[in-house]
Design a protein around this ligand. Structure first.
Ligand code: URA
Length: 430
């Protein structure tokens, strides 16, 4: 280490290891020195493990977030001439909400710059879903993004490498060192990117339940509160909805089939849970944008949201009328007896869809856009013996066996309908 470095990595690690509080300058330095390569991966992994075990104060989490923002570019929509609002979901099974939500909110004149990611593991990625549409591309330059926001009002695209590069490096390290599940690290990771994006307001869809990244409600709530405070402290009006992810959202889990389901919602139909969550998130985004008395259901019913969707897809090279990929192989799961669908576990179904080819194991894996699961029933629905419960779709029949392993025990027919559960469980504004 050079003699001019103001701190020593071992000393910083030891403070956190022993339960101490890091100063702003220690946090600024370690993030900056890590990006510079002066602090080694093995030192940063020791620090992230110490953070996971000892936690961080609100002030430390804010400093960590600001240090990660400072590692890269910060976007600004000040010259756009429109109010901007953004959304982030912590991810779930069948979570296609961004697809109807972005054009719906844009149809009211609010600009929605939605920098999204790809899926890894059993939760899908918005960009993977949209790439099912022939011709559609996720890469958009900053100039093209501004132009699209001006003309169409919504853009869903890949984040450039310039936003919070410290997070990129740190997240890759956490992934292989068992340190992903620390609330200070998750909150700073998500919020550094969202604050750097520069939208005026942000709605967070923080999921809990078997198909979510945070399974426990209390942990999801703590994460939501931490992120809402970080956003508001940084000048981005931020709220969160805590939403149930024990059951897949909608009937479609995959990529092309999720786009088709989103188009149904934009056409004024679609599954009730997808519509309910889309409207709940849209109301928050519109309200934070100053549109307090708007009922977003209107623009789903009158076609304006659909017009915005078609313009948004076409602006990125996609053909909104093109035929979507169809799987070569299908297999139908049938009810072994009559009864209510008593249980349908989001994680089991999500992993099965992933194993059919809808998701990737490594960042460079190819997705089968036609693969996935189409549900024919949701918990509480009555099924006669032999009636289809779900259809499995894939391009490679060798994938069925592993998908069935994941579905084993993931659904159950019972004699009583389970209690209906609300999707939105709590709203956090501070
Ligand atoms: N998503 C992120 O961007 N960062 C995390 O740490 C977890 C989920």
């Amino acid at each position: 280490m050079s003699a001019v470095e103001p701190f020593d990595a071992v000393q910083v690690i030891a403070i956190k290891r022993d339960g101490g509080e890091l100063s702003t300058s220690q946090i600024d330095w370690i993030v900056e020195a890590y990006v510079r390569g002066v602090v080694a991966d093995y030192q940063m992994s020791a620090l992230t493990m110490a953070i996971l075990l000892q936690g961080m104060t609100r002030r430390e989490i804010r400093d960590l977030t600001l240090a990660m923002i400072a590692s890269g570019e910060r976007m600004s929509f000040a010259d756009l001439g429109r109010v901007t609002s953004d959304k982030h979901s912590t991810g779930g099974v069948g979570d296609k909400i961004t697809l109807p939500l972005a054009p719906l909110v844009a149809s009211y004149g609010v600009a929605v710059p939605q920098l999204s990611g790809r899926g890894l593991g059993h939760t899908g990625g918005t960009l993977d879903k949209l790439e099912s549409i022939p011709g559609w591309h996720a890469e958009v330059s900053n100039e093209a993004m501004f132009e699209q926001l001006r003309t169409v009002g919504a853009v869903v695209c890949a984040a450039g490498a310039g936003l919070a590069p410290a997070d990129k490096k740190l997240y890759a390290l956490r992934d292989v060192t068992g340190t992903v599940e620390a609330i200070p690290l998750i909150a700073s990771s998500i919020m550094s990117k969202k604050i750097a994006e520069g939208a005026g307001s942000l709605i967070l869809d923080v999921k809990f339940g078997s198909g979510a990244f945070m399974t426990r409600f209390d942990k999801a709530k703590e994460l939501a509160k931490t992120m809402v405070a970080l956003g508001n402290d940084a000048g981005v009006t931020t709220r969160a909805l805590l939403t149930d992810m024990n059951v897949p959202l909608g009937f479609a889990i995959g990529n092309a089939n999720e786009v088709a389901e989103s188009v149904e919602v934009l056409a004024g139909g679609g599954p009730s849970d997808v519509v309910e969550l889309t409207l709940a998130l849209a109301r928050e985004m519109l309200d934070m944008s100053g549109l307090h008395d708007v009922d977003p259901a209107e623009n789903l019913a009158n076609g304006r949201a659909m017009d915005a969707w078609r313009a948004m897809i076409a602006a990125q090279g996609g053909d909104p009328d093109a035929a979507m990929p169809v799987a070569r192989e299908s297999d139908v799961v049938r009810a072994p007896r009559s009864g209510y669908l008593a249980e349908l576990d989001a994680r089991g179904v999500g992993v099965a869809a992933w194993r059919l080819g809808a998701g990737r194991t490594r960042q460079d894996d190819r997705i089968d856009h036609s693969a996935g699961i189409l549900l024919h029933a949701k918990p509480g629905d009555w099924l006669d013996a032999g009636q289809p419960v779900m259809t499995l779709n894939t391009g490679d029949p060798a994938r069925f066996a592993r998908a069935y392993e994941s579905l084993d025990g993931a659904w159950r027919i019972g004699d009583a309908a389970p209690e209906a559960r609300p999707i939105v469980v709590e709203r956090i504004t501070s």
